[in-house]
Design a protein around this ligand. Structure first.
Ligand code: 7TS
Length: 406
């Protein structure tokens, strides 16, 4: 599919905002949805809506087949070895909290270490902070290099025989850094630690193979990859998940319930207490179909060309600072002179351009960058060079608008 054809699949992109054609550059926050995903959700509610794993009636079977069919699509998408290793959760945040609460509480104690990095999203910091506080474990950070990358010698020096869990983002939502997850996993395993990967900014944009990475846990959210909100995935290796306790108890996740004791269903259902996010999971399956039809390699290529072009054009704007390494995923975080990033985003919005401004749920990273906030333009498969050109014009307008201040 050429970009024009891809764009036509996204009805929302055809509108005007503030009298200008919409330029959507906030896909790292959430992606837009193609018509196939929107129609899959509508079709499900119009035709098949029912609860799963219970009734013998036809609608119940259709809903269950759709829900479990999506699990198989996810398994294939990340190359998990079995659907038992694919747990549907609310999103990346819930996936990480599940591992911290279940695996963490059972396996971490005083004197143990949890290793993360200062570039993590809050959802990959706070669950570990809480776990460290509860258990008396130590939270350690792999330091960042000046360009916002991680060096493997620092990883070697930070992970020790006391480390029990290492949790690192694959791709930074602020710097665009692509972390060497396979190497970090190897170092974690050499020290008998388990490796958790926050894949929220990776799974939508590049081919992920959890067996190749050899990570123990991998988390991602459907809404950042053309799917609906409210659904995401926790991948975990079967031998670890088998030994872990559920974190939510109730319907759907039980085998036998007595007055004083109960037993759980087998994997993956023991982690899916309550009526699951059925339509969401089916919508995620449709999103995977869509992404695979275009091809993850192709998507990576589109984004790479866009980010290279954006970096080149943005570097010609005087007073514009770009944060993060040269080699990066499809996003550019920046500040313009001394204009507050919220003001930059507000002026850009008047031009129909949607960018994110703020701390991007990465306050420790903002401190490391020595800024309070930044603006961020993030690309996805439906963006074009015209979007980058609109951003450049918008930034010039912003400079003119605030020109009198300086
Ligand atoms: N991890 C990373 C790397 C993220 O970028 C995000 C969301 C999350 C975790 C949390 O995902 P959720 O689906 O559970 O909320 N990042 C962003 C962002 O950059 N702007 O808005 C949300």
């Amino acid at each position: 599919m050429i970009t024009k054809e891809i764009r036509e699949q996204f009805p929302i992109l055809g509108q005007e905002v503030n009298g200008k054609p919409l330029t959507y550059l906030d896909s790292a926050a959430t992606s837009q949805k193609p018509i196939s995903v929107i129609e899959t959700l509508a079709h499900y509610y119009k035709n098949d809506n029912s609860n799963v794993h219970r009734g013998v009636h036809t609608l119940g079977t259709r809903a269950t087949d759709g829900y479990e069919g999506s699990r198989e699509k996810v398994r294939r998408f990340i190359n998990a070895s079995s659907t038992e290793e694919v747990i549907f959760v609310r999103g990346t945040t819930t996936a990480i909290n599940t591992v911290a609460s279940s695996y963490g509480r059972a396996n971490i104690g005083e004197g143990d270490e949890i290793v993360i990095t200062p570039m993590e999203h809050h959802s990959n910091i706070i669950p570990w902070q809480q776990l460290a506080k509860e258990t008396g474990a130590t939270l350690k950070y792999i330091p960042l290099q000046a360009d916002g990358t991680i060096s493997l010698s620092d990883v070697e020096n930070t992970i020790t025989a006391h480390t029990k869990i290492v949790s690192v983002m694959y791709v930074s939502n602020v710097l665009g850094t692509i972390n060497p997850i396979k190497d970090i996993t190897e170092i974690a395993h050499r020290n008998d630690a388990v490796m958790m990967v926050d894949g929220a900014q990776a799974a939508p944009h590049m081919k992920v193979d959890v067996q190749e990475l050899d990570c123990d846990f991998f988390a991602f959210s459907a809404h950042k990859m053309c799917g609906p909100t409210g659904i995401g995935v926790l991948y975990g290796k079967k031998q670890l998940l088998d030994k872990m306790e559920p974190v939510e108890f109730g319907g759907e996740m039980i085998d036998f319930v007595g007055l004083y004791d109960s037993t759980w269903k087998e994997l993956p259902w023991k982690f899916e207490g309550g009526t699951p996010i059925i339509a969401g999971a089916i919508g995620l399956g449709a999103a995977i179909d869509f992404l695979e039809q275009i091809g993850l390699d192709e998507i990576e290529k589109i984004e790479h060309e866009l980010v290279e072009y954006a970096m080149e054009r943005m570097s010609t704007i005087e007073g514009l600072t770009i944060f993060g390494p040269r080699n990066r995923a499809g996003l550019v975080t920046f500040n313009l002179d001394d204009v507050h990033p919220h003001d930059v985003a507000t002026v850009l919005d008047t031009e129909g351009i949607a960018v994110r401004a703020g701390h991007h749920c990465a306050q420790p990273l903002m401190k490391w960058l020595d800024v309070t906030a930044t603006a961020r333009a993030s690309f996805y498969l439906y963006n074009t060079k015209d979007d980058v050109d609109a951003l450049i014009e918008g930034l010039k307008t912003t400079k003119e608008y605030f020109g009198h201040v300086f």
